[in-house]
Design a binder for this molecule. Sequence first.
Ligand SMILES: [Fe+2]
Ligand SMILES: [Fe+2]
Length: 195
Amino acid sequence: MSEEKVPHVVGINVLKQNGVDVEELKKLLIYNASVEFTAYYYFTNLRAHCTGLDGEGLKGIIEDARLEDLSHFESCLERIYQLGGKLPNDATEFIKMSGCEFLQLPANPTDHKAILEKCLKAEQGAIVNWDKICKMTIGKDPATYDIAKDILAEEIEHESWFLELIYGRPSGHMRRKYSGERPHTRKHSRALDMA
Ligand SMILES: [Fe+2]
Ligand SMILES: [Fe+2]
């Protein structure tokens, strides 16, 4: 493959004509991917520490949110490359840029309330992150907008689950039919499908 030729990418040119700041969009997508990936890791550990009889119900809810974060990471990858972006070569750099250290275990690692508060904070951060991309792309970049608004819909659901568990504020939700159902982002993360 020739390396001198810089290809003419119509899929990016039209975005520029539509007024999208493509560099900024790429930066935000890579940052959001790092947050989803790192949250997936930390939720794995938080879920494992929901011990005992009253932890049993929490495990299932954290598991649903955890597998959907993996779906969110998968959902935005292809778009990053289409826009000419790439993930950092160094995985530690990728984890660090997420700023997710607050998701480490609480002082008492099996303090369920503290675990739920961390989960809630992660979901609320994710809502802000994806809302930002929705605002940047609405009416200008339908391909990215479609992904961002579907991820946002799931993050809003996750927030409501943790609000219900902490404050008793009804979320109106029925449990997922199975963990990893990802009703809004499934079509963006087909790599996770078994069949
Ligand atoms: Fe997420
Ligand atoms: Fe989430």
